[in-house]
Design a protein. Structure first.
Length: 351
C-alpha cells in the first residue's frame, strides 16, 4: 500500500494499510526494541478483543490474552486516560512510564468483552467509533472480505465491474482454512497462496474507494460469493444501544470519522462531513458533554485533514505511527501509537 504523497506531513499507515509500516506497530517487535533501555510514554492501539479464524491485519486479541497483557501493563506502567496523558504531555509532567489504551473502529466486542475487563482492572481506555457503521447489521467490509475469500470453502472466479472499478480474482476449493492462512499477517509475510493473494489484491482495490463505491463493489462480491456467511453479533459494529451505553468512569469515546474512508482521498467538504459529522453524532448519540479525541481512519492524514480536525473542536488526535510519544517533540494532533497483537505476553522488557 502506497502512502499518500509526501508534500505534507503524514502519519504511518494503520493496521488496515499495514503493508508499509504496521509490522513496526506489533508490540512483539517493540518489546525487542525496548530491551536494555526505557521506551518512554506509549499510546497502545487495540481493535478487537475476540477469537477469530483468519486475522490478516492482526487486529484481534483473545480475551484471556488481553487479561494477561493488562496484568503486565498495570504492574509495569502508569496507565492514564488519554485526556490525562495529553494534559501531562502539554505541561511537561508526563511520567516516562506513562501509557494509555485506545481501541479503533467500534466493534461490538469492545462493549461486550473489552469494557467489562477494563472495568474489572480499573483501567481507562478511549474507544474511537466509526459512527456511520453503528447500528448497521453487517460487518466491517474488511472483515466480510476476509471471511468471503479466506475462510469459505468454495472456489471462485471473479471478473466484473462495480463501483467504477474492475474486480478480478480467482482461487480454488479448500476444506477449511489452512494453517498458513490462519497465521498469515499482511505486515510480516507475503501472501501464502492464491486466496491470500486475492484477498490482498481486492482489499487494496477497495480500501481507497469512497463509501458508496465500496458498498457497490461489496454487493457485487456478495452476489458472486453467495451464500453470504452469517456473522454473530459480537463480530459486528456496535448497535446504537451499545454505543449509548459505552461511556463510563473508565471508558471515553472518540471520533473515527463516519465511513472509515482514508480522509486525504476526499474533497474538503467531504472531509468536513466525515469529521464534523462524526463528532456531532457522538455528542448526540452518547450523550457526552465532550468528545475530545480523534483517530485518523487507516492512520492516513495530512495538513488539511489535521486543520479540519482542529476546526471541528477536537482537542487532540492519534495516528498509527509506530513509536513511543516523545515529550520533547510532539504534535498533539499527530500522536503516535503502537498496535497490540495477539502474542504470548513476555513483556518483561517493558519495565
Amino acid at each position: 500500500m502506497r502512502r499518500p504523497p509526501r508534500s505534507e506531513p503524514l502519519s504511518g499507515t494503520c493496521m488496515h494499510s499495514g503493508i508499509v509500516a504496521s509490522a513496526r506497530s506489533c508490540l512483539r517487535r517493540v518489546v525487542r526494541r525496548a530491551r536494555g533501555r526505557s521506551m518512554g510514554p506509549v499510546i497502545f492501539m487495540y481493535h478487537r478483543i475476540a477469537e477469530t479464524i483468519c486475522d490478516p491485519w492482526g487486529i484481534s486479541v483473545p480475551p484471556a490474552r488481553f487479561r494477561e497483557q493488562l496484568e503486565h501493563l498495570r504492574a509495569h506502567w502508569t496507565i492514564l486516560a488519554m485526556d490525562e496523558l495529553v494534559s501531562a504531555l502539554e505541561s511537561q509532567s508526563l511520567p516516562n512510564d506513562a501509557a494509555a489504551l485506545t481501541f479503533d473502529d467500534g466493534y461490538a466486542d469492545n462493549v461486550l468483552v473489552a469494557k467489562p475487563i477494563l472495568e474489572d482492572y480499573g483501567i481507562p481506555a478511549t474507544m474511537f467509533l466509526t459512527t456511520g457503521s453503528l447500528g448497521i447489521p453487517s460487518p466491517y467490509w474488511w472483515d466480510e472480505l476476509a471471511t468471503l475469500v479466506l475462510e469459505r470453502p468454495e472456489p471462485a472466479r471473479i471478473d466484473c465491474e462495480a463501483g467504477g472499478i474492475r474486480l478480478t480474482a480467482q482461487w480454488e476449493f479448500q476444506k477449511s482454512p489452512l494453517p498458513e492462512l490462519r497465521a498469515w499477517r499482511v505486515s510480516r509475510m507475503p501472501p501464502p497462496g492464491r486466496r491470500a493473494q486475492a484477498y490482498l489484491s481486492l482489499w487494496t482495490t477497495l480500501h481507497r474507494l469512497q463509501a458508496a463505491q465500496r458498498d457497490e463493489a461489496m454487493i457485487a462480491l456478495r452476489e458472486r460469493l453467495s451464500p453470504a456467511p452469517a456473522f454473530s453479533p459480537e463480530n459486528l459494529p456496535m448497535s446504537l444501544a451499545q454505543a449509548r451505553a459505552l461511556t463510563s468512569a473508565e471508558i471515553a469515546v472518540g471520533g473515527h470519522a463516519r465511513s472509515h474512508v482514508p480522509l486525504p482521498v476526499l474533497s474538503e467538504s467531504q472531509r468536513r462531513a466525515e469529521i464534523e459529522g462524526c463528532r456531532a453524532d457522538l455528542l448526540c448519540l452518547c450523550d457526552a458533554n465532550k468528545v475530545p479525541g480523534f483517530a485518523y481512519p487507516h492512520g492516513e492524514w495530512d495538513a488539511a485533514t489535521r486543520a479540519i480536525v482542529i476546526d471541528a473542536g477536537f482537542a487532540w488526535a492519534v495516528t498509527t505511527s509506530a513509536a513511543p510519544v516523545n515529550p520533547q517533540s510532539f504534535d498533539r494532533f499527530a500522536l503516535p501509537r503502537i498496535q497490540v497483537e495477539d502474542f504470548a505476553t513476555d513483556l518483561s522488557a517493558f519495565r
